[in-house]
Design a binder for this molecule. Sequence first.
Ligand SMILES: Nc1ncnc2c1ncn2[C@@H]1O[C@H](COP(=O)(O)OP(=O)(O)OP(=O)(O)O)[C@@H](O)[C@H]1O
Ligand SMILES: [Mg+2]
Length: 504
Amino acid sequence: MLARIVTFAIDGVRARRVWVEADIRTGLPAFTIVGLADKAVREARERVRAALVNSGYEFPQKRITVNLAPASLRKIGPGFDLPLAVALLVASGQVDGDAVDRCALVGELSLTGEVRSVSGVLACAEAARRHDLTRLVVPRGRVREAALVPALEVLAVDALTELVDVLAGRAEPAALPVDDEVDEAADPLPDLVDVRGHNALVPALEVAAAGGHNLLFYGPPGTGKTMLARRMPSILPPMTADEALDVTRIQSIAGLHRGGLIRQRPFRAPHHTISAAGLVGGGSSPAPGEATLAHHGVLFLDELSEFTRPSLEALRQPLEDGHVLIVRGQRALQFPTQCTLVAASNPCPCGREEHACRCSAADLARHQRRLSGPLLDRIDLLVPVRRPAAAALRDEAGPASVDVRKRVVAARERQSRRLAPHGVACNARMTARQLRELTNATPTAMRLLYDLHDRHALSARGHARVLRVARTMADLDGADAIAPEHIHAAAGLRLEAPTTALAA
Ligand SMILES: Nc1ncnc2c1ncn2[C@@H]1O[C@H](COP(=O)(O)OP(=O)(O)OP(=O)(O)O)[C@@H](O)[C@H]1O
Ligand SMILES: [Mg+2]
């Protein structure tokens, strides 16, 4: 007998439909799985056999062939156990095939027949909706994630026997947990109030958070660069509903999240020993990299100059395009990478202040090569962090993050009103054309910009960058048009390049 069950395979950051076809016929007992299955899927044979027998079902002593279609798609991970077990039960007449009509299943099985959690359930639920299926069976631990997709009946199960009983009408489906919004209230975020003597730098952080601009803090060790950068999450604007779904889907696929909707923008701070593939995604079965895990949030690269040159070079294109294309075995997978880069670096290897620097010219040259001009060129805000004076360190506490965040949120709302119809989330993501058509600068402001262009030999990208940052400053001011002072302020955050130290 033949049975056909729907499940999903994760492909990049989406799920694709997979048919699990089981054929049972008389012959010498054998159990074969075909259809580009990876090792974990081939091992499903042993788990499914034990789970069926230990749950009290009959494991057919016949010739069993399972095909995972489409054969061209790579099937990865243990989420195929449950659909496979149910396909065998249907093919051997132990479960009625009609009970799984328009129903999809995902889940891993233990040898005792328990249904274990798998990653990527949100993507599967969305795919189920897309394919017009009415019901999705998921491990109980993942039910809140599946329930984020409207108009889809979610059946959460703990064990294979429980599922079979529900399918046979012998038991009622267990009630879904009511979505409580509590689990995101994790540890409180570090607050800007702790940073002393750097109030002049807060506007740069505020601009980065409001407009999504990339930012680099550079300065001597122990002056608070890492501290400032780590306080960025406390002032980021909330995510839109679609952004929250994107983030939840990605974190779930990466196995970093279980529970309901993620509401906090991601903040990823990989160590500088990370490989290029770890940073932008890759591997033999491509997995999302840190830039994708930071999608809609912040990618923080501390000690930027310590990252390997290939890793930093690999970041350039994803930062600019907002996505990265990874090609493996004739398949191209696209991972989104719309993140804000926040980086921190010492100005030179010895880290002393300029006048006390003892680095040789060769040391400096090596340090600068690491930071690569083209990567620096993609950073809108270059912010020197100097040693705060003793008095400032004693008396000058930072502003409360809640207050800064209010301004950021208001500025982001202004941007959305202007940019949402064009499918852009923030000023930093505007294309050159949108920049021309949507920024609205006064004629004097434009004259000033061209003036700066000539005087400082700005590149075309530099020109666009000043205009983008100026737009965010105008949004923070609640102004409709960019005024000359916004251009001035924006240029100030960039033209004061780390000349002696970083610029080549
Ligand atoms: N401006 C500051 N206000 C309050 N505390 C500070 C400040 N700067 C530094 N500190 C203290 O010093 C510690 C080190 O700061 P931080 O790690 O931010 O320095 P850094 O600039 O990143 O140095 P490095 O270049 O060595 O990484 C902080 O944990 C904090 O306790
Ligand atoms: Mg640091």
